[in-house]
Design a binder for this molecule. Structure first.
Ligand SMILES: O=C[C@H](O)COP(=O)(O)O
Length: 255
């Protein structure tokens, strides 16, 4: 049984004070224990969030890292710096980083390897653009991204990572994929993992949907057998809406 994951990606939102206020509201009532609940916040809030989340079961994640151990990389943050402060997850290859910061499949692969080496759980993002979708290339594009991202990773490493399928055209647009389409692509990603590794690995890796997920539509995504949760942007910024997403995933224990 795969444990569902609800991961909030705050992107470039919230000061430290705002982050702590969110967490305090979120913690005011217990969260279900059968959902892996993750908040990926901007770097400045991470130490305070790790401390404030202690004992809550909420995992704290970063939104990027550098693949090198250390060195002359101005403005970058290493895996060791993240684990040192208690960060446990890291988003890798988000489409915004691919689009605005020249992230490539190669850098995604390197970052994933570094994250795993340091015991961080990578949340590896893949997804097609609108143009790619409209020209019927969705599966081809997603397969290439998955194959390249996983290149050189061992079965045990792949079992522990989280993949997020986020069609670029659905991110922040209010235009979510249909649950059926997302379920089909995510099933295809799982079969791709089975081709590259085996059925056991494919059966263990968690694959999330991301792109305009809200409390009102998450149920449909979770009803798809291959969808193990969601990577959520906008709707993760409000503690009540985030709580509703976690509650929805809790009701889908045996997905
Ligand atoms: O990482 C999260 C995604 O980019 C989805 O963002 P969104 O929920 O605001 O569409």
């Amino acid at each position: 049984m795969r444990i569902p994951v609800i991961a909030g990606n705050w992107k470039m939102h919230k000061t430290v004070k705002e982050a702590l206020s969110f967490l305090s509201t979120l913690r005011s009532e217990p969260l279900p224990g059968n959902v892996e609940t993750v908040i990926c916040a901007p770097y400045p809030s991470l130490p305070a969030l790790v401390e404030a989340a202690e004992g809550s079961g909420i995992g704290i994640g970063a939104q990027n890292l550098h693949w090198a151990e250390e060195g002359a990389y101005t403005g970058e943050v290493s895996a060791r710096m993240l684990t040192d402060i208690g960060v446990r997850y890291v988003i890798i290859g988000h489409s915004e980083r691919r689009t605005y910061f020249a992230e490539t499949d190669e850098s995604v692969n390197r970052k994933g390897k570094t994250a795993l080496k340091h015991g961080l759980v990578p949340i590896l993002c893949v997804g097609e653009s609108l143009e790619e979708r409209e020209s019927g290339k969705t599966k081809h594009v997603v397969r290439e991204q998955v194959v390249r991202a996983l290149d050189g990773l061992a079965s045990e490493e792949v079992k522990g990572l989280i993949v997020a399928y986020e069609p670029v055209w659905a991110i922040g647009t209010g235009r979510a994929s249909t649950a059926e389409d997302a379920g089909e692509v995510i099933g295809f990603i799982r079969r791709t993992v089975a081709d590259l590794y085996d059925q056991q690995v494919a059966g263990e890796v968690r694959i999330l949907y991301g792109g305009s997920v809200k409390p009102g539509n998450i149920g449909a995504f979770l009803a798809e057998a291959d969808i193990d949760g969601a990577l959520v942007g906008g709707a993760s910024l409000d503690p009540e809406s985030f709580r509703q997403l976690v509650a929805a995933a809790a009701g889908r224990e045996n997905g």
